[in-house]
Design a protein around this ligand. Sequence first.
Ligand code: APR
Ligand code: ZN
Length: 379
Amino acid sequence: MPSPSKQSNNVITCKAAVAWGAGEPLVMEDVEVSAPLPGEIRIKVVCTSLCRSDISAWESQAIFPRIFGHEASGIVESIGEGVDEFKEGDHVLTVFTGECKTCRQCMSGKSNICQVLGLERRGVMHSDQKTRFSIRGKPVYHYCAVSSFSEYTVVHSGCAVKVSSVAPLEKICLLSCGAAAGLGAAWNVADISKGSNVVIFGLGTVGLSVAQGAKLREASKIIGVDINPEKCQKAKAFGITEFINPTDCNEPIQEVIKRITNGGADYSFECIGDTGMVTTALQSCSDGCGMTVTLGVPKVKPEIAAHYGLFLTGKTLKGSLFGGWKPKSDLSSLVDMYMKKEIQIDELITHNMPFEDINKAFNLMQEGKCLRCVIHLPN
Ligand code: APR
Ligand code: ZN
């Protein structure tokens, strides 16, 4: 059967990159994608970038077969009953944490963690705990209720955001997760002030986006810490004023940072996904008013170890999901900022590749040889 094809019951059969087991290369399969149910939309995925969280979940989780991918752009193909905010042909970004606009959290001005469409961890859709993908009638699970490693996907209408039709979908897919998460952590969560000292642990797409946010807030020192010396190259363009490789240091990294910031940074950001680094980040920020913001998603050892004395002296540890952005309310304005050249994302894209090469993107990220690989789905 040619791919994609639409059957009379409105099911589409198309290609998807399916993960059959932890750490196993993805396999291109013909997958049935059901019609969108009430409140849902079906999207033709145009581009999807590979994020570290896809890799971490693929390596460590147990829900298979599964379609990963959550950082994506696309075009609305069809609309479920009761959806009036989208029409066929609209350009959209997917979001891994939705916004229902009616729950307590969505109504609050203080939180972006929707109680209805928040992070989905079981591989199913929020509404009925079922999947919209199958192979020969057997369910294939979702990832974060997005699953963009497929030519078509179904998402809740609260997990997609309409964007300008002139914005390049092959670039703005990065704003669906990593780049937006970093900028938001700097602006919404930490609220970095002018002239402050910032230290960022991990200079992938997320860390470099925090750096860009700090630079635009006119932070004075923006120190980037990474064990991969190659990450130094792009760091300056994103605002890093000093690059430190901990493996080159003769003393603990927190001591180096305390010394060059005269007692500790005002803000430290964990952008690695290593809970040990959360402790180091806390130790690197200043007594009294230092703040550590966590963006990384650990795949092992989720517990944090920190002496209570760190908090006794007034430090703050703050969590951050999607940079505090309320996706429906805020994301299209970030796209507009990109269009006005107020924020840069193109430089975060180190590789472009066709869908059939998706496993190459996994290899590059595992080897630390890329920032973002943008995967282009067939037209
Ligand atoms: N010390 C310093 N840097 C480290 C260390 C370490 N011990 N371990 C890894 N790094 C660096 C890597 O060299 C890499 O440059 O952290 C960086 C992480 O970047 P990416 O792998 O590109 O990940 P990114 O997509 O930026 O995501 C960062 O945020 O969304 C979460 O799940 C994601 O936990 C991940 C984090
Ligand atoms: Zn909500």
